[in-house]
Design a binder for this molecule. Structure first.
Ligand code: MTE
Length: 319
C-alpha cells in the first residue's frame, strides 16, 4: 500500500480542519492522490441545505417520530441539524465533508437486504424495514466524537444492538462482531477514486462492547429516517469510540472468533487502532486529542475519557 494512499484529510492536524483552510487541505489531498485538475475542485461549494433535506428517504415510516428514551437524554443542547447533515465523513462517496450530501443522492437504499450471521445459532437475512419493525426503535441523545477532533450532540433513532444479538443467539466461540458497508462502486464515486483502499468499509468491536446497552443500530437522526449522508438506512453508533467505528450503511453483521480486519486499522494501525476509545490523554500521532471543536458553534471544549461514557463502559477495559 503506497504512502500516498494513507493520507486522507483525517490525517491533518485538527487545527487545520477549519472552513478557512479546508479548500487547501482538500487540494493537497487530491494532489497527493493525483486528482488535481480533474474538475473535482471546481464543483465544490458550501453545503446546500435544501439538498440535505431532499436526501432523506421518501417513504415516511410509522416508526417516526420515535419516542425519546429519557434515560439517554441528559438535556444537552443539540447540534444544529443542518450543520450535521452537511459536514459528513463517508469516503465511499467523497473525502469532502460538505459534498457528501450531494453525492449520495443517487445511492439506492430501498430495498435493503441485511444479513446477521457468522457464529450464531439463528442467522437472519431480511430487509431493513422488516428488521426495524421487528426490533422497534427509540430516540437517544448521544455525544459523537470524530478522531479528527470535531464533535456533535445528536438524537439518534434506533435499537440496542444487544437485543438483536440476543435474537440470533451468539455461539460460545463468538468473540467479535464485524460490520460491513455496502460496496457499490457504480453508486459510490469515492470507491472508484480511492482504489488502494481495502473496500468494503469494514469495522468491528468485541462482543462485550457490542452487548453494551450504549451500542446502537441507528435508522434515524433528529426524529426522522437517516438522510443518506448519515448512513441510511442502517448504521452503527458506538458513542465512546472515535467516529470511524460508527460504520454507515451496513449490509452485514457477522460474529467471529477472531478480531476482524477493519479498513482504517489495515491502512494505518498506529493512527486508527481497532479499540479506538476516546481518550484525551492519548494524542493521535499527529495531533492532540485533549480538546474538540463543536461543528456548529465552533466552540472548543475539553475531550472527556470515553467521550463522557466512562461510567457505562470503563469496566469493559479493566483487564
Ligand atoms: N462509514 C463508512 N461506511 N464510511 C465512512 O467513510 N466515516 C466514519 C463513520 N462511518 C465512514 C463511516 C467517520 S470517520 C465518522 S467521523 C462518521 O462516520 C461520521 O458520521 P456522520 O457523517 O454521520 O457525522
Amino acid at each position: 500500500m503506497s504512502n500516498l494512499i494513507l493520507r486522507p484529510d483525517w490525517h491533518l492536524p485538527e487545527r487545520q480542519v477549519t472552513s478557512e483552510t479546508a479548500f487547501f487541505n482538500r487540494r493537497h489531498f487530491l494532489l497527493q492522490l493525483g486528482f488535481a485538475g480533474t474538475g473535482l475542485l471546481a464543483t465544490q461549494g458550501c453545503g446546500n441545505v435544501a439538498d440535505a433535506a431532499a436526501n432523506a428517504p421518501k417513504a415516511a415510516s410509522k416508526l417516526y417520530p420515535p419516542t425519546r428514551n429519557l434515560s439517554y437524554d441528559p438535556g444537552w443542547t443539540l447540534t444544529d441539524e443542518k450543520t450535521a447533515a452537511t459536514y459528513n465523513n463517508f469516503y465511499e462517496f467523497t473525502t469532502q465533508k460538505d459534498r457528501v450530501h450531494q453525492l449520495t443522492t443517487k445511492f439506492e437504499i430501498d430495498p435493503w437486504a441485511i444479513e446477521i450471521g457468522g457464529l450464531v445459532e439463528k442467522p437472519l437475512k431480511l430487509d431493513a424495514r422488516e428488521l426495524l419493525e421487528m426490533m422497534g426503535v427509540e430516540e437517544r441523545v448521544y455525544r459523537f466524537r470524530c478522531v479528527e477532533a470535531w464533535a456533535m450532540i445528536v438524537p439518534w433513532t434506533g435499537f440496542q444492538l444487544s437485543k438483536l444479538l440476543e435474537k440470533v443467539v451468539p455461539k460460545a466461540e463468538a468473540k467479535f462482531v464485524k460490520f460491513v458497508t455496502a460496496n457499490r462502486p457504480e453508486q459510490m464515486p469515492g470507491i472508484q477514486r480511492l482504489r488502494g483502499y481495502p473496500w468494503p468499509y469494514t469495522e468491528g468491536v468485541r462482543l462485550d462492547e457490542a452487548m453494551n446497552p450504549l451500542t446502537l443500530v441507528a435508522s434515524g437522526i433528529y426524529g426522522k429516517p437517516l438522510p443518506k449522508q448519515h448512513g441510511a438506512p442502517l448504521r452503527i453508533v458506538v458513542p465512546w469510540k472515535y467516529g470511524y467505528k460508527s460504520i454507515k450503511s451496513i449490509v452485514k453483521i457477522e460474529l467471529t472468533a477472531t478480531q476482524p480486519a477493519t479498513l482504517w486499522e489495515t491502512l494505518s494501525p498506529e493512527e486508527y487502532p481497532f479499540e479506538s476509545n476516546v481518550n484525551p490523554a492519548v494524542p493521535h500521532p499527529r495531533w492532540s486529542q485533549a480538546s474538540e471543536r463543536l461543528i456548529d458553534t465552533g466552540d472548543r471544549v475539553r475531550t472527556l475519557p470515553f467521550n463522557g461514557y466512562a461510567k457505562q463502559v470503563a469496566g469493559l477495559y479493566k483487564a
